[in-house]
Design a protein around this ligand. Structure first.
Ligand code: ME8
Length: 647
């Protein structure tokens, strides 16, 4: 099978922002997913370099349009590898081959009688680079650019879009997946229920010279959309390139809803006029908003992907984009939302599962993947994995990336629970249960192998490291071939694991407010009498006891404290995240702790221990044995939500 996936070609009147990055990450992820399933894939992106907007931007910068487009186009091209985006082709509309092909197509459509000359008066929006209809305006302004369009009367060339209206309606109705999600298909059909106006496809050179000259009239250049849409063909070497033969009939375009009309109406009618089969699918997503407003260069509220990569790392950004936005709907961008996803989903859930499992394998089996003994009566993970694999395939194929990630996280969460309930650290101490230990460790290693396979399209960088840690080459079919190895039990026992650095270092949340406030209030209320009672008799009143904020907390992460043999730094959820430093390093290994529910004192005044601020205390029993004492952490039986008060 072949996949041909494209993004819009972006205007070079500004640098790439998160909106551009999102669409391109989506197309990259989809192309990696299709490769995983055995397809031959061609993924194309590029830049749209003609038209009013570009000419204006170049003038503002005081340089020639050519110099200007070369510079900004290069910015797009060099940003994509930083986001692990690997297109097979980067097309520019100023490429000679593209210009020639656009002219050949114009000539063909003109000779067919689908282009005619006429006079036209209309409302032109420079931001949209097109005439708007009265109906599209909101309070007399363009809804996207918030500007009043200019009334322009001109003689121009027009494309007979109306001639193909019915054929397009019929095609959309008989191919339900042609435009998805469905709401956008309905929007297009509703627009097509009114008579279509023909499309003005030229600009007089008296007004604009930065465009492709019309082959049949040198006084005009081509309207930028008629030029730009054709990139999807010229990038394949149309009309006689090999790629055109193999790719055109499977073309899938990804866009945001801002350019639905050009892609769902102008483009298909142009293709029909050329006598070609229509593209296969149009995938339409919503907007990234900042404070309820569309992120856009004209509004100026843009987020630069390069800055995000520096702050959070490329894998976190890719994951955040795909997990946070339901494809088709709008999503809100905020740094808090990225940090929450990174710390919770990536560092706590995935990162912990990975580091605990590999650490246990290194410690208990010398890093060798053990032979499972009895798999039949332990199918918790294998059963769930089979369901996840099926659902993942389905949801990734239909662009529901957030759903695909949700189901993968069900497996991660189940595997973390599996560690807690099977207690490998107890099994290892019991000689007659080593077989059981091996089964548990095998199941966990196989889960990690499947996660590496499934998450690769989304986070290729981190998955390379995960594969390396599992002792698998980055090109191993075990993580590169979904068709053969996208099922449970393919990991061979005997492989050698390696210890690798934590996958996702946590980002500090600075959410320490509640603890500090609680401590301050207590201090203010403390009264002398209480102090004397405490000191004199070791007895406290019920009132005093009530002031102690005891809570259930879940340990999400445990790490040694630098330069201390005794202390562990615990990140706990109670329900907000906080750091607690505990003197338990002699009795517990960090990898055994995540997932445990313990009791904490939540309103103790924060103190610094070996440079780390501890925001509370974990309760533990001090057990005296043979003249020595050890600490056993308090625990909670049953599923109690973290943060529950201890009464
Ligand atoms: O329209 N949220 O280029 P463009 C999500 N050159 N996606 C966004 C976004 C946001 N806030 N802002 C931009 C053009 N995008 C034409 C396309 S194609 C033949 C010609 C993404 O630079 C999204 O993919 O304005 C949107 O469709 C595209 O950038 C518009 O890019």
């Amino acid at each position: 099978m072949t996949t041909y996936i494209t993004t819009p070609i972006y205007y070079v009147n500004a640098q790439p922002h998160l909106g551009h990055a999102y669409t391109t990450i989506v197309a990259d992820t989809y192309s990696r997913f299709r490769r995983l399933t055995g397809d031959t894939v061609r993924f194309q992106t590029g830049t749209d370099e003609h038209g009013d907007k570009i000419a204006e931007a170049a003038e503002k910068e005081g340089c020639s349009p050519r110099e200007y487009v070369d510079r900004i186009s290069a910015m797009f091209r060099t940003t994509w590898p930083l986001l692990d985006i690997a297109p097979d082709n980067f097309i520019r509309t100023t490429d000679k081959k593209h210009v020639e092909t656009v002219q050949a197509i114009l000539q063909q459509v003109y000779e067919k009688g689908d282009i005619y000359f006429d006079k036209y008066t209309g409302l032109y929006c420079t931001g949209c680079e097109r005439f708007l209809t009265e109906k599209e305006l909101v309070d007399g302004t363009c809804p996207d650019h918030k500007t009043v369009p200019d009334e322009i009367t001109e003689e121009n060339y027009f494309f007979r879009m109306s001639r193909y209206q019915q054929e397009l309606i019929d095609h959309i109705k008989s191919n339900p997946d042609f435009i998805t999600p469905e709401r956008y298909k309905n929007e297009v059909l509703s627009f097509l229920s009114e008579p279509l106006e023909d499309l003005c496809i030229s600009r007089p050179t008296s007004r604009l010279v930065w465009g492709i000259p019309l082959p049949f009239d040198g006084n005009f250049v081509t309207y930028v959309w008629f030029d730009a849409l054709i990139n999807y063909l010229t990038g394949l070497g149309y009309p006689d390139g090999e790629q055109f033969e193999s790719c055109w009939n499977v073309a899938e375009h990804v866009i945001a809803k801002d350019i639905l009309k050009p892609h769902a109406i102008y483009w298909p009618t142009m293709i029909l006029s050329m006598g070609l089969p229509l593209y296969k699918k149009l995938h339409v997503h919503g907007y990234w908003n900042v404070d309820e407003t569309k992120m856009s260069k004209s509004i100026g509220n843009v987020i630069r992907p390069v800055e995000l990569i520096e702050e959070y790392g490329v894998d976190s950004i890719r994951y955040f984009c795909l997990r946070e936005m339901s494809f088709g709907l709008d999503a809100s961008f905020s740094s808090d939302a990225i940090v929450a996803r990174k710390n919770s989903d990536l560092a706590n859930d995935l990162g912990n599962l990975y580091s605990r499992t590999t650490a246990m394998l290194v410690k208990y089996t010398g890093g060798v993947v053990p032979e499972p003994v009895s798999v039949d009566d332990d199918t918790v993970l294998s059963d769930l994995a089979e369901k996840v694999l099926a659902s993942y395939y389905e949801t990734m194929s239909s662009f529901q990336f957030h759903r695909a990630l949700q189901v993968v996280w069900e497996l991660i969460s189940q595997a973390n629970k599996y560690i807690v309930s099977n207690e490998p650290w107890v099994l290892v101490k019991e000689e007659d249960r080593l077989g059981r230990l091996h089964t548990v460790l095998y199941n966990l290693a196989e889960t990690l192998r499947l996660l590496t396979l499934l998450l690769q399209p989304v986070m290729p960088g981190i998955c390379e490291r995960m594969a390396q840690g599992l002792g698998l080459g980055i090109d191993s079919p075990l993580i590169k071939d979904f068709k053969t190895n996208g099922r449970w039990g393919m990991l061979e026992p005997g492989g050698n694991l390696q210890k690798i650095e934590a996958l996702f270092p946590r980002t500090d949340t600075k959410k320490k407010q509640p603890v500090k406030q609680g401590a301050k209030q207590n201090k203010e209320k403390k009264n002398k009498n209480e102090q004397t009672t405490e000191n004199r008799e070791g007895v406290i009143t019920f009132d005093q006891f009530q002031k102690v904020d005891l809570r259930v907390a879940e340990i999400v992460c445990a790490e040694p404290v630098k330069k201390s043999d005794r202390l562990l730094k615990l990140t706990v959820k109670a329900p907000e995240e906080r750091i607690i430093v505990a003197g338990i390093a002699d009795y517990y290994q960090p990898e055994d702790l995540p997932g445990l529910l313990v009791l904490i004192v939540a309103n103790l005044k924060p103190v610094k221990l070996m440079g780390v601020e501890s925001q509370g205390m974990v309760l533990a029993a001090k057990v005296e044995e043979n003249g020595r004492s050890r600490l056993v952490l308090s625990s909670v039986s049953g599923a109690v939500p973290p943060g529950s008060k201890v009464a």
